[in-house]
Design a protein around this ligand. Structure first.
Ligand code: NAI
Ligand code: ENO
Length: 363
């Protein structure tokens, strides 16, 4: 039996557990510091066993996944180093920063166990085991940051296990990882939170702000609802990278201030052009840090049962809907439904099917 221990069975730990559980020869053990969480993991069936004992979870494990907030990773590495782990045990983590945990592992005496840092670059603004999904990592990148000294055999064993996630494994140097992810994930989270809080302040005096923000604003600030503790730890941990990025961000907003002060329309136009050109070179709809949405909109007559009809039509063609939302439903206008899918393939098939049965589909 291959024993996999998962510390912190939340969004990421729970999703990994779902990928591994029930696979041939694998048993998954979940660990939490809280009894109530242990009971919840078992109740939801995401793990085979669960315990509050670090020793019980770790001993005899072939793989240990640390899926707790990044501020707790060093402590876990340290506690594991004091246990008698199975020789050849691979310890890995899923933290959103990689340099500090790599340093902790380098300094810890892990005996015959090996540490390989990891970061599945997919997730969401949701948290907790309730949000875990078997499909979370499908087609996403999964970064591994093996030390140059780590024997290839261990990297291969972890890579093989991770094929159950259906993610694409890439190797990146820990410091380089933190710089890149700082720019494409951590900074956007800061911007989203700052923007939401700016509007929150305006809304205290005028509730029209929130009412009118229901559409696009809500979508572009989705990550502003991310877990406060998880993100506190990420930002504090990556602070040197983020301080530099925020200074550059300030220069970017100052440039806009100057362009507006001098009514430099050409400069604004050029900024939009450069941004559009670069965005068009980005890989399309690949699941990445800020997750892509596979969704489309359909106009629907405003009558009861329409959601059921659409869901049935798609279900009959074995197309999996992940979410349906009524965007507009007033008596005087036709309704609009937003349909979300987990994969590009499901979206493509749904667009074809909906067109075939006479719906007007737009994006
Ligand atoms: N949220 C996301 O989209 C992504 C998060 N990550 C990383 O994954 C890790 C876990 O994040 P999520 O699963 O999103 O969070 P989560 O809040 O869903 O799960 C965290 C788990 O750790 C436990 N936990 C919290 N504080 C703890 C502490 N001080 N000591 C021990 N256990 C503790 C919680 O009970 C929970 O089981 C973090 O290191 C995060 O940086 C990586 C990729 C994506
Ligand atoms: O919700 C989103 O789009 C994210 O950006 C999720 C995310 C959060 C943290 C990570 O380290 C990786 C991915």
């Amino acid at each position: 039996m291959t024993k996999i221990a998962i510390f912190g069975v939340g969004l990421i730990g729970g999703s990994l557990a779902l990928c591994f559980k029930g696979k041939p020869g694998i048993t998954v053990v979940g660990h939490s510091v809280r009894e109530s969480s242990v009971a919840k993991y078992l109740e939801r069936g995401v793990v085979d066993h669960a315990t509050t004992s670090l020793r019980e979870a770790a001993e005899g494990a072939d793989f240990i996944f640390l899926c707790v907030p990044v501020g707790s990773l060093a402590q876990y590495v340290d506690e594991l180093s004091q246990l008698e782990l199975k020789p050849g045990c691979i310890i890995t983590d899923v933290g959103s920063t990689k340099a500090s945990v790599a340093a902790s592992a380098r300094n810890a005496k892990l005996g015959d166990a090996v540490f390989i840092g990891g970061h599945p670059m997919a997730g969401s603004e949701r948290s907790g085991v309730e949000a875990a999904s078997l499909y979370l990592f499908e087609n996403a990148f999964y970064v591994l940051t093996p030390d140059p000294e780590t024997p290839q055999y261990f990297v291969d064993r972890l890579t093989e296990l991770l094929t159950y996630t259906k993610a694409h494994i890439v190797h990146v140097h820990p410091e380089e990882h933190d710089e890149i992810v700082g720019a494409i994930s951590h900074l956007p989270h800061i911007i989203a939170v700052a923007l939401v809080n700016l509007v929150r302040g305006y809304n205290e005096d005028n509730s029209l702000y929130a009412q009118l923000a229901a559409g696009g604003f809500r979508d572009i600030t989705r990550i502003g609802s991310s877990d406060p503790v998880v993100w506190r730890d990420i930002l504090v941990n990556n602070r040197s990278v983020l301080l530099k990025l925020l200074q550059e961000w300030q220069a970017g907003t100052s440039a806009f201030i100057e362009m507006l002060q001098s009514e430099d329309g050409e400069g604004i136009e050029s900024a939009f052009k450069k941004s559009g050109q670069f965005r068009s070179t980005l890989p399309e709809r690949r699941k990445g840090m800020i997750h892509s949405v596979f969704e489309c909109y359909i106009d629907v007559p405003d009558h009861p049962g329409i959601i059921g009809n659409v869901a049935t039509e798609l279900g009959n063609s074995s197309i999996n809907l992940s979410n349906v939302q009524i965007i507009e439903s007033r008596e005087d206008v036709p309704g609009v439904l937003r349909l979300s899918f987990r994969t590009q393939e499901d979206l493509d098939r749904a667009v074809y099917k909906l067109g075939e049965i006479g719906y007007s589909v737009h994006f």
